[in-house]
Write a protein that binds this ligand. Structure first.
Ligand SMILES: [Zn+2]
Length: 284
């Protein structure tokens, strides 16, 4: 479906602004969910002085810039991460909208992206992945796949549900296997239970191909970061690096360009159609 240019630009701006507002809400979730606080009550307040934050001091991006990254009342610094999470969510929403356009799947992908941003920053802060994202995704994935078979690239509901359950089992099972082998060989926990629940959720929502893509990309980025940190002497070989952000980054990349990457890779790895590899009919 093609939109007239004015409608396209208006919708793009709306998606970006919606992403900023959702990012602002994600900041609240990232702070409160690991602390078992309600995400709706009380309203936003400064973590340093407890003063409630007025709506006009709570505008995404702008307020942080206007207040110069400080609380209006006690002047305590506000982490630039609030700004970053808002901008990141706005940018991801816009990118997903530009790739998927007007489709029933676009709002679903935006929801997944928001959940992955939240999981990433909670994992960075606390080395945990919240059940609301991981178990939530494992339950929501099959339900959404049944309701919207296109999510699994299907036209019928039952095959879509089967794809979702296969993705869930593969994601959960593969990382469970990696973690179990890691514990036997390395005698320590290489991976938390949250990691395999998150990959189960990614599989349930995006399918088995997405699980394989996510394992490949996340092990690549995880290894590169680990080597870089060791080279910079920031981390010892034994220290714990959260793996959730790598899984989340890979899943977002899958939503943006995963199938295109696989098609390009297959074309590069197998430039000839399989039948011609066995061509024996004399010289061409
Ligand atoms: Zn304050």
């Amino acid at each position: 479906m093609t939109l007239p240019p004015e409608a396209f630009w208006a919708l793009s701006a709306f998606v970006f602004l919606a992403g900023l507002c959702i990012g602002s809400f994600l900041n609240v979730c990232i702070w409160r969910i690991p602390r078992d606080e309600s995400i709706v009550w009380p309203g936003s307040h400064c973590p340093a002085c407890g003063h409630p934050i007025a709506p006009w001091d709570n505008l995404p991006l702008l307020s942080w810039l206007i207040l110069n990254g400080r609380c209006r009342h006690c002047r305590a610094p506000i982490s630039p991460r609030y700004f970053l999470v808002e901008l990141l969510t706005g940018a991801l929403f816009t990118a997903l909208w530009l790739v998927h356009g007007v489709s029933v799947l676009t709002p679903v992908y935006l929801l997944f992206a928001a959940a992955l941003v939240m999981a990433t920053f909670i994992d960075l802060d606390h080395l945990i992945l919240p059940d609301r994202v991981t178990l939530g995704g494992m339950i929501l994935g099959p339900v959404l796949s049944f309701a919207l078979p296109a999510l699994q690239g299907q036209t019928d509901r039952l095959p879509a549900l089967a794809h979702s359950l296969l993705g869930l089992a593969l994601g959960y099972g593969l990382l469970w296997l990696v973690a179990t082998l890691g514990r036997l060989i390395l005698k320590r926990d290489a991976m938390g239970m949250g990691d395999w629940k998150l990959l189960g959720a990614i599989g349930a929502c995006l399918g088995a191909q997405a699980v394989l893509f996510t394992i490949f990309v996340s092990s690549l980025t995880g290894t590169l970061l680990g080597l870089a940190l060791i080279a910079a002497r920031r981390k010892a070989l034994q220290s714990k690096i959260p793996y959730g952000p790598h899984l989340a980054l890979a899943a977002v990349l899958w939503m943006l360009c995963g199938p295109a990457c696989i098609a390009a890779y297959l074309e590069w790895a197998m430039p000839l159609p399989p039948a011609t590899l066995f061509w024996t009919g004399g010289f061409p």
